[in-house]
Design a protein around this ligand. Structure first.
Ligand code: NAD
Ligand code: LMR
Ligand code: MG
Length: 623
């Protein structure tokens, strides 16, 4: 009996296997003959070779090979030898044993991530079906908070590369490198430089995990076709000394580029991707605040881009704050009366402050006095305490929110006052944290919130991941009582009071906005993401919760409804783009056809353009 019969193989599978064996034996021969390094001929390039277990060397491909085989940009920049690779692998293996022994609160989180990641590599359709059908259970694995742990352990977890890497070493090469990506069309890029990953600081090239996680939500929530998403890591070095000295680190082991050197790299990246994919949308993610604002200003009028931490977070926070107003049984229009203390004046905190001030001013009629009046509703505390005009070297982004010294004196507060002092004196309606400092809302601070003049004080502990949350819902409800409103950036369980009542823990995370902003922008064809489009997204989220829900303290939807809310947000974004005359069409739909759609038509248009994880029938055709 022949081998094919024995194994029940078709003749074509058999010839494929024999062909591989021939290649393999010739590969082995070439490395074992006395001639030493005689090259092996391969007939593959790019991702095909990385996905071929016979030829793949992963991070051990030399720079010459990366150039010769069109691999440039498809691997993290640090070239390793096989000894280093094995060291990395073994360390990871041992770490798994340690984690099982002394692991974090969910000892299975990383194991679940590994299993899902392997499925992602094997079968995209099945992966997204699993994710969509179990989004509540697995969003915390592929996204916040586990994605933070993944980035922290990325040198060990790295298996198959996903996405593209552009590094400081690639200057002058990016325009050609971008063609190494196999997809002819890319709709959505999420890019990071790894400088501020969640509240975990500078994780350098390992920050790629956050771009992968955000794009998972683009596919799961917004139905962006997974063949048309691209996670990108721009490696300009790292200021994390531990990583720079770690032999397992996958990125450039040098300090971060600064000033014009840094801008040149980002400019070159933007030019390269927009040259190949002129309609792509680029979401900037987890850039340290000093660059987040500058890059946003630099690109937002020329490219279809937005910064999720600045703009997405702002929209989600506004929707939640309006929910907190409604939860008091008051109309949204009462928002300008809210006193808000914000802890954290970085990219997220300032983004929220700017948007909240704008929303209040608009509600008050957009006059100059309206603007001043809105401004006086905020007290901002950063690492150095309350920000006042007395602050030396004040960050220009925070300057507009610096309180007047005299006015603060009247309130019994001075420059640098502590958070607890500010809360005690101001008695705010809302205490909102975007500080990345876990436990910042201490017992003392929460006790001070008891003095709030609101009938339903609200705590927004928005920092990620879980251990960076300013407080837990248990802490907050136990001190402030059942009536308060609570939201956190990472998911927590609701609090049971034991009397049949439940303290709702809302997840105030930009995941409720960015997928809809991206999808709406894509389907409208708008050349930029305007303030109006962002505002429409935020208003849509704010209006999503019913009166009964908000009165129960539910101010954000459960994640199980993320696909529905995303669809509505996308439609609202397109509607606003139509009103602003920004629509330029998408694929076969030209601008005029989109402009004619009514609300129902818009929803249908969005729904029809969302990818669903269904297997298509495949038919073979020779080239
Ligand atoms: N929930 C969400 O959707 C969401 C969105 C974006 C960012 N975030 C989280 O927000 C956090 C901050 O992000 P960022 O980009 O603004 O970071 P950042 O580093 O730019 O800013 C952090 C700010 O916190 C301040 N700070 C530090 N210690 C403080 C203290 N003891 N008291 C008061 N303020 C203090 C710093 O001075 C700085 O102004 C991160 O944990 C991030 O994960 C959450
Ligand atoms: O990534 C998240 O979960 C939200 C946000 O973008 C963050 O940086 O924390
Ligand atoms: Mg972020």
């Amino acid at each position: 009996m022949g081998i094919a019969n024995k194994l029940r193989l078709s003749s074509s599978s058999l010839s494929r296997i024999l062909h591989r064996r021939i290649l393999y034996s010739s590969a082995v021969r070439s490395f074992t003959t006395s001639e030493g390094h005689r090259p092996t001929i391969v007939h593959k390039q790019g991702l095909d070779i990385l996905h071929d277990p016979w030829f793949n060397k992963g991070t051990a491909f030399t720079m010459t090979e990366r150039n010769r085989l069109d691999l440039r940009g498809l691997l993290p920049p640090n070239v390793m030898d096989s000894e280093q690779q094995i060291f990395r692998f073994m360390t990871d293996l041992k770490r798994l044993e340690e984690q099982a022994r002394d692991g974090p609160s969910d000892p299975n989180a990383l194991a679940k991530w590994r299993i899902l990641n392997r499925l992602h590599d094997r079968n995209e359709t099945m992966y997204y079906k699993v994710l969509i059908n179990n989004i509540e259970e697995y969003a915390p694995i592929v996204y916040t908070p586990t994605v933070g742990l993944v980035c922290q352990n990325y040198s060990g977890l790295f298996r198959r590369p996903r996405g593209m890497y552009f590094s400081a070493e690639d200057r002058g090469e990016m325009m050609s490198m971008v063609y190494n990506w196999p997809a002819e069309q890319v709709d959505m890029i999420v890019v990071t430089d790894g400088s501020r990953i969640l509240g975990l600081g500078d994780l350098g090239v390992h920050g790629i995990g956050i771009a992968v996680g955000k794009l998972d939500l683009y596919v799961a929530a917004a139905g962006i076709n997974p063949q048309r998403v691209l996670p990108v890591m721009i490696d300009v070095g790292t200021n994390n000394e531990k990583l720079r000295n770690d032999p397992m680190y996958l990125g450039l082991q040098q300090r971060r580029l600064e000033d014009d050197d840094y801008i040149d790299v980002i400019d070159e990246f933007m030019e390269a991707v927009y040259t190949r994919w002129p309609h792509v949308i680029v979401q900037f993610e987890d850039f340290q605040s000093k660059w987040a604002f500058k890059l946003l200003q630099r690109y937002r009028c020329t490219y279809r881009m937005f910064n999720d931490d600045v703009q997405g977070t702002a929209g989600v926070a506004i929707a939640g704050l309006l929910g907190a107003v409604r939860a008091q049984g008051r109309p949204m229009i009462d928002f300008p009366k809210m006193k808000i203390v914000v802890a954290g004046a970085g990219s997220a905190g300032i983004g929220v402050l700017n948007a909240a001030r704008k929303t209040m001013a608009r509600m008050l009629g957009n006059t100059e006095t309206a603007f001043d009046s809105a401004q006086s509703q905020f007290w901002v505390v950063d690492a150095q305490g309350l920000i006042t005009e007395g602050r030396e070297n004040i960050d220009p982004e925070a300057q507009p929110f610096a309180r007047k010294t005299k006015e603060m004196e009247r309130q019994g507060l001075k420059e640098g006052a502590t958070l607890v002092e500010v809360v005690r004196e101001v008695k705010p309606d809302v205490l909102l944290g975007l500080s990345a400092v876990g436990g910042l809302f201490s017992k003392e601070v929460l006790e001070a919130m008891k003095g709030s003049t609101s009938t339903r004080p609200a705590i927004f502990a928005m920092s990620n991941p879980t251990k960076n949350a300013e407080c837990t819902p248990q802490d907050a409800f136990s001190i402030l009582g059942e009536n308060m409103i609570f939201a956190s950036g990472s998911p927590f369980k609701n609090v049971e009071f034991g009397n049949g009542h439940v303290g709702h823990c809302n997840q105030g995370n930009n995941m409720y906005l960015f997928p809809g902003i991206g999808l709406g922008t894509l389907l409208s064809g708008a050349p930029i993401v305007s303030d109006g489009m962002l505002q429409a997204a935020s208003e849509c989220l704010a209006a999503y919760m019913s009166e009964e829900e908000v009165l129960e303290g539910i101010i954000y939807p459960p994640i199980s409804r993320i696909r529905d809310i995303t669809k509505r947000i996308a439609a609202a974004v397109i509607k606003e783009a139509i009103e602003e005359d920004l629509v330029e069409g998408y694929r076969e739909m030209d601008a005029r056809e989109i402009q004619k759609l009514d609300e129902e038509g818009l929803m249908e248009y969005v729904e029809n353009n969302m990818w669903n994880p269904e297997y298509p029938t495949l038919v073979y055709k020779d080239d």
